[in-house]
Every structure is written in C-alpha cells, then in structure tokens.
Ligand binder design. Structure first.
Ligand code: NAD
Length: 508
C-alpha cells in the first residue's frame, strides 16, 4: 500500500495519509478496513450563488490622478466598512444631492477615492467531504477560506475520523466549506451565502447523519444561520438543534465550547509536564495564531502560570521576553473596533520582530495555532523549544516531523492536542439530545478526564508501556515497540475504528 502511495503524485491528501499508511502497516490493519478508510465515503462538490450588494472599491493608484479635482463627499450613513478596506453600500446612501460621483468614482471625505462596483451575482465553489461513519454520524467543521480545495477537505475530513476515534466520541469524520475570502463580504452577504450553502446540504446532514461545526472563517453566528436554514418550517425545531454544534449558548450551544480547543490543548501540556514531575508554571512559550484556539490557549496556559513571550499571526509578530499578558492582548485584538483585521500587529507592550526570529525564539514550548504546513523542515531545524503542542490542524509537515524526532523535540500531535473542540461539540450534541444544560465546570471536568485519559493511552503506546489502572487500560493498544507520538495517536484511532468493523461487520 505504501508503494502505491509513493507511485501516485504527492498531494495534500496523500501526504496527510502517509501517517495512516504507516500506522496501518504497523498494526496489520484488516485490508478491507484499510480500503474503507483510504478514500472518503462521499465527496460533495457544488456551487452556491448569491446576489451581492453595490460596493465601493479603493481606486488603483495609477487611476487616481484623473480624479485629482473630484470634490469630497460626506456620507454619514449607509456605508458598511469591510475588513479589506472596501465599503458595502446600503439603500440610497449615494443618491443624496451633496454626493458627487463622476464615471462611477467618488472621493469619500477622509478616505480617498473609490470606484463604485455595481450589484452583481456571484457563484462560489462549496464542498462537504464525508470521510467515514463507522463509529457514528459524520462530524467536522465548515471552513470559509480563499485557499481550500477538494484535496484539502479530504485530508481534513480524514483527520476528523481519526480525531473523533481518539477522543472516543461516537462520531465519524467530515469537513467542508466554501472557497471564499470572508473579508470581502458583509455580514448580511455571508448570511445569505451560508443559508444557500445549508439549503444545498439539507439532505446530506442531520443530527444523526452529519453534524457541521465552526472552523476557520466561521463562528457561532454562522452556525445559528445554518441551524435556522436546516430547521426552517419545522414546528419541532428543538428536536433538530443537534444538527450543528458550536452554537451560541443561548440557542443550545454548550458552556465552555468557545474555549474548549484551547482548554484541551492546555490540559495536554499540563499532563506532559506532570509526567515529568513538573508544572506549567514558569514555562515560556511561543504562539502562532491568535484566533479562537490561540487566544484561548494563551489565556488558559498563562492562568496556569506559563509565560507567553512571542506571538505571530497573519499580519505581524510581537515579542516580549518579560511576558505578554494575553488578557490585555485579547482586549487589543478583539475589544477594539478599530483593529479591523483583528490582529496582534502593533500591540504596544511588545516589540515587532520578523517571522523568522519568531520561530527561533528561545522558549520551553511552541503552540502553532494558525494554519496547516507552517512548520517546515527548515523551521523545525531552528526551533529552540523542547515541545510542540499542535493547536492547528496539520501545522507540521512530514519532513519537519522527521527533523523534530532527530532533534528530540517532543510533540503533542494535533489529533489529540486540539480535540477539545470536537469533544465539547459532542457534549453540546448530547445536551441537545437530552434537553440539558451543563455548567462550564461540569463540561471542563469531563473534558479534562477524557483528554488526559486518551493522551495517556497515546503516551503508553509511544513508550510501549501497556498499563491498566482505575482510569484506563492501554494494554490492547501497545504495538510491542516504541513509536513516535503521532504514530501512537494513529494506532489508537485505527484500533478503535477497526473494532467497529470487526464486531459489527460490513453490510455486504
Ligand atoms: P481563527 O480564524 O480564529 O484564527 C486563525 C489565526 O491564525 C488568526 O490569528 C490569523 O491571523 C492566523 N493566521 C492565519 N494565517 C496565518 C499565517 N499565514 N501566518 C501566521 N498566522 C496566520 O481560527 P481558529 O479557529 O483559531 O483555528 C486555528 C487552527 O486550529 C486551524 O488549523 C483550525 O483548523 C484548527 N482547529 C480549530 C478548532 C476550533 O475549535 N476553532 C478546533 C480544532 C482545530
């Protein structure tokens, strides 16, 4: 099988599946189970269309000279700024007598020159990949991003199959989304795009079929729109609440869900140190990505006494060896409406450094929590940390993995380190089914037990240390020799999935 993968062209998917192939070889995975898992059950590709509003687009520099004499227009209402510098025009904002438009160009007071872009209809490519459902309904996030592809969603969907098995929750794996840069669209446009996406997905998802959740570029509000579309016209809407997770807590979301991925990562890091008879307190770390995962992981780790010394995001990098206070950083990024890119760049209590210097910062551990493929072999060669705890999905390339192993830098792989989100998604779904509402303390108690138990089993597999105690039993998972933690996590996933096929059988 490995030979087969080597002969085919290397893609994001084949690369992501290398670890699967490796673990499958190692445990002698049942050949039919292997074939079931090597490709997704279903790959849905479709298009959503939407009518956009009129907008103002900054005029390119080379055209600006021609309009040097255009007077300023004061438009006080009806313009909605977008994160990319454009404006959406609502109603008749530009039809007033004091507004001057020439050849479709306007000079906005205090803002410069813009070209009027008429309302138009657009088509977006959309996806839902359903990888496997042997252990339960398909489960996985919805990503709105300009760089997505079938290949990427296939690998992310497969990763969800492994992750739900490792988290030991009764779900399978899926992933999907839309090829779109959400920064170019207004909230109202994104709402209409989402409603159309869910309209097309209606027959493919459901509380017992496939359960989407937020991912990059989507949030609880988007889940609310998806729920509304799915349950539209149903009198007993409450029965359908479990169709999406990551909802606002006021409409059936779970306490602790927003922080769950960062919380789970912090539990893993805490246990990694506990295993060495140390604590998180006093450990320094660098963090890439200050979104949902990164900012919450930072706040929780620092509340445990860790010190954040450098942060990198899409727009900049900051460094302060005395420590960066994540509560103040979060207020700077998310509490200030003027910080339109929601970026750490320009944070006054730290100095700006280069991205290269960020990866070379001396610290005890690193948390990549942005996008995939960020730690390549070259970066891995220069890291000055003892541990990488993967918040993002697939942040370390396979080549970099080899470098980390050679340099004895330890790894808490993504499929366990960021499984807190999907675990609490399962708690949300359970609460929805049971019409219950748990407190954050109840949620975190369960999450802590679950994530630490599964992480300890992975550690036992890695160290080839079969153990049986009151909390867990790792005896049936160890493979008779030591393996790296990423392989150990995959072994755990495959053995749990294989058990379903072996004990439940195939329907022909
Ligand atoms: P988010 O959109 O809230 O934040 C993403 C962050 O990454 C932002 O700070 C952005 O500036 C930064 N970023 C983007 N491109 C970058 C680049 N090229 N270089 C440096 N920084 C960059 O996303 P999120 O929900 O925090 O998710 C982050 C990662 O964690 C993703 O890989 C996602 O799949 C994974 N993940 C998220 C969850 C969850 O519950 N949100 C669960 C599991 C895994």
């Amino acid at each position: 099988m490995r030979m087969l993968a080597e002969k085919t062209k290397r893609t994001i998917y084949t690369e992501a599946m290398e670890i699967f192939e490796h673990a499958a070889d190692l445990i002698g995975l049942d050949p039919r189970v292997r074939l079931e898992l090597e490709e997704p059950d279903y790959e849905h590709i479709f298009y959503v269309t939407v009518k956009l509003r009129e907008r103002l687009v900054p005029l390119p520099k080379e055209e600006q000279k021609r309009y040097a004499d255009l007077p300023e227009s004061v438009v006080t209402e009806g313009l909605e700024p977008l994160a990319d510098g454009r404006f959406i025009i609502r109603g008749k904002a530009l039809l007033r007598s004091n507004v001057t438009v020439r050849d479709g160009v306007i000079r906005l007071a205090g803002n410069g020159l813009y070209r009027l872009e008429p309302a138009q209809v657009r088509r977006f490519k959309a996806y839902r990949v359903q990888h496997n459902q042997a252990r339960g309904p398909y489960k996985g996030g919805v990503r709105y991003h300009k760089e997505v592809s079938l290949d990427l969603f296939k690998s992310l969907a497969a990763e969800m199959t492994w992750k739900t098995a490792i988290a030991d929750i009764p779900f399978g794996g899926a992933k999907g989304g839309i090829k779109i840069d959400p920064r170019h669209y207004s909230k109202e446009e994104l709402e209409r795009i989402t409603l159309r996406y869910m309209y097309r997905l209606k027959d493919l998802v459901g509380p017992h079929r496939d359960i989407p959740a937020p991912d990059v570029g989507t949030n609880p509000e988007v889940m609310g729109w998806m729920f509304r579309q799915y349950s539209d016209g149903e009198r007993e809407r409450h029965n359908l609440r479990g169709v999406v997770t990551g909802k606002d807590v006021r409409i059936g979301g779970s306490e602790g869900r927003v922080k769950a991925t960062g919380q789970g990562l912090a539990y893993c890091v805490e246990d990694w140190y506990a295993d060495r008879k140390q604590t998180v307190a006093g450990q320094t770390f660098i963090l890439q990505g200050y979104g949902n995962v990164g900012s919450n992981a930072a706040e929780i780790l620092c509340s445990m006494g860790a010190k954040l010394v450098a942060v990198n995001d899409a727009d900049g990098t900051i460094y302060n060896p005395q420590g960066i206070d994540p509560v103040r950083l979060t207020a700077y990024v998310y509490g200030n409406p003027k910080n339109i890119n929601k970026s750490i760049a320009g944070y006054p209590e730290a100095e700006a450094i280069s991205k290269k210097a960020f990866w070379e910062t001396q610290a005890d551990f690193a948390v990549p929590a942005a996008l995939g493929g960020e730690i390549n072999a070259d970066i891995a060669e220069h890291l000055k940390v003892k541990l990488v705890a993967e918040g993002a999905n697939g942040p370390t390339t396979p080549d970099a993995d080899e470098v980390l192993q050679a340099r004895k830098i330890e790894l808490i792989p993504d499929i366990i380190a960021n499984s807190g989100g999907v675990t609490v998604s399962y708690y949300e779904w359970l609460q929805n089914q049971r019409m219950e509402h748990w407190t954050e303390v109840e949620v975190n108690d369960r999450l802590q037990r679950a994530i630490k138990t599964n992480w300890r089993i992975i550690r036992d597999i890695a160290k080839n240390q079969p153990r049986h105690n009151a909390d867990y039993d790792s005896r049936r998972y160890c493979v008779g020799r030591e393996v790296d933690t990423r392989t150990a996590a995959m072994v755990l996933a495959l053995k749990r999935i294989e058990a379903h096929y072996q004990l439940e059988g195939f329907s022909q």
